[in-house]
Design a protein around this ligand. Structure first.
Ligand code: NAD
Ligand code: ZN
Length: 246
């Protein structure tokens, strides 16, 4: 059941995607909500947990490395137990048929498990890397079939950490992202509050250069909403299969 979605909105958004030569898709925590991955904000948001704040900063990892490892391992296993939903699957099918650049702020690995080649701007809980920049050890994307590793680097013996971007660290795939922003003629924003990685700024830039912006979000208003061409109100797992006709 959709919330406020008028049929015209859905049809208008469909027309935009049908005529776009290349579409930039940016997803946030909302697309994984139906899979059971907790969001950042909201009543049951992660921000309520002190461990989240402590270990969202590199300093927390330096001070209490074992507890940081255990906390992120817990989050990794929780995400592994979640399954991709119809929203992830619809995007994967759409991407196999059309020219799209898919970027996600999520670290849960669910786009990859649904079959999408998503650029993971904030990294992934499903990979590990060495704390040493010089070592550059990075695990394979999926360790799901393997044993949970120890928290020590098999290459140099220093500590391993989960390969996610913490506060103050460099966002991944930045050059690819900038390239996609320059070349895509439509933007589809799914399940993001618009408050991270300057998503609201991205939306403004698209509109100022007279390109199309579609937003899919059950919230009545996000910081991106004033700049969208069409705001489709509803959960991604229900809207995307209809919108993308998959
Ligand atoms: P956010 O929590 O700030 O915003 C989530 C948005 O999703 C909200 O606007 C909400 O209205 C919307 N939403 C809720 N249910 C939805 C649904 N069923 N379908 C579509 N939209 C829905 O998340 P954010 O803006 O992505 O930023 C949070 C940051 O925290 C990100 O940088 C991300 O890396 C990290 N994070 C990641 C995950 C994950 O990997 N799944 C989860 C929580 C936080
Ligand atoms: Zn190492």
């Amino acid at each position: 059941m959709f919330f406020v979605t008028g049929r015209n909105k859905l049809n208008g958004a469909r027309d935009i995607l049908a005529t776009a030569r290349q579409t930039l898709i940016v997803t946030g925590a909302g697309i994984s909500a139906a899979s059971g991955v907790p969001m950042f904000r909201g009543r049951h948001g992660l921000w309520r947990y002190p461990e989240f704040w402590k270990f969202a900063h590199p300093r927390g990892h330096e001070r209490e490395p074992q507890l940081a490892w255990d906390t992120f391992e817990y989050a990794r296993v929780l995400c592994e137990l979640c399954q991709p939903n119809d929203g992830h699957r619809a995007l994967a099918t759409f991407a196999s048929r059309r020219a799209v650049c898919l970027f996600t702020q999520n670290v849960d690995g669910l786009h990859a498990r649904a079959g999408s080649e998503a650029h993971e701007m904030h990294g992934s809980l499903q990979r590990y890397r060495c704390v040493s920049e010089l070592c550059r050890y990075s695990s394979l994307p999926s360790l799901r079939q393997q044993q949970v590793p120890t928290s020590w680097c098999p290459s140099c013996g220093r500590r391993l950490r989960h390969d996610v971007v913490l506060f103050g660290e460099q966002v991944r795939c930045w050059d690819d992202y900038q390239q996609a922003i320059r070349t895509c003629d439509a933007l589809l924003l799914v399940g993001t509050s618009g408050m991270v990685t300057n998503t609201a700024g991205l939306v403004r830039r698209f509109r100022q250069t007279r390109r199309w912006v579609i937003e899919v979000n059950p919230a009545l208003f996000t910081p991106a909403t004033p700049w969208t061409s069409v705001s489709v109100r509803g959960p991604a797992e229900e809207i995307l299969p209809e919108l993308l006709e998959v």
